[in-house]
Design a protein. Structure first.
Length: 198
């Protein structure tokens, strides 16, 4: 898809959002590489951006809330003050990302990947983490109140100043590997999280 055509789709989406769907057209991109496009001034809330590439981008103050970002990749990206509220992040890859001051509350992180990522000052309230991969990630000053963890991978994770552990729902966490899982359930998982915190 040509650059002009993509920019035009963003303009139509802005009109669609601003007129509550009366004009313009909802943004729907599939398998599009967005690395050459400056989306800093683009409206992306409630968009469908499936299997899109954001790798290596510096994104600040981007509002993705209510969007569908399934299977998109943010490898080595730097995200600051981005909003993923109620966003569908199933299978999304945030490996090696630096994510600061961003909100993920009420998002779906089913099988999302945060390997080797840094999440600092982030809101993870009421997020669904099923088979989410946090291996070797660093989580600092984050709130996980009412979040749900199920078979979430935590091997090698660094935890510092994590709030809401007592209010989170722990079905199970995996502190081993995918091939050789070491599953800790409910209160054992909560205890491990509390002890792991620096």
């Amino acid at each position: 898809m040509e650059r002009e055509a993509i920019i035009n789709k963003f303009e139509l989406h802005k009109k669609w959002v601003n007129t509550i769907g009366k004009e313009g057209k909802k943004l729907n991109l599939d398998e599009v590489d967005l690395r050459s496009l400056d989306i800093s001034d683009k409206l992306v809330e409630q968009a469908q951006l499936i299997e899109c590439i954001f790798d290596g981008l510096k994104l600040q103050d981007i509002d993705f809330h209510g969007s569908l970002l399934c299977s998109s990749t943010f490898n080595n990206a730097h995200l600051e003050k981005c909003d993923f509220y109620k966003t569908d992040l199933r299978y999304t890859d945030f490996s090696n990302c630096v994510i600061k001051n961003s909100r993920f509350s009420k998002s779906d992180c089913w099988e999302a990947t945060f390997r080797n990522a840094e999440l600092i000052d982030c809101n993870l309230i009421n997020v669904f983490f099923y088979l989410t991969d946090f291996r070797n990630a660093k989580l600092e000053n984050i709130d996980i109140s009412v979040a749900t963890f199920e078979e979430t991978l935590f091997s090698g994770v660094t935890l510092k100043n994590i709030r809401g552990i007592d209010e989170a729902h722990f079905a199970s966490i995996n502190i081993g590997t995918l091939k050789e899982p070491i599953l800790l359930k409910s209160e054992s998982a909560r205890k491990w999280m509390l002890e792991k915190c620096e």
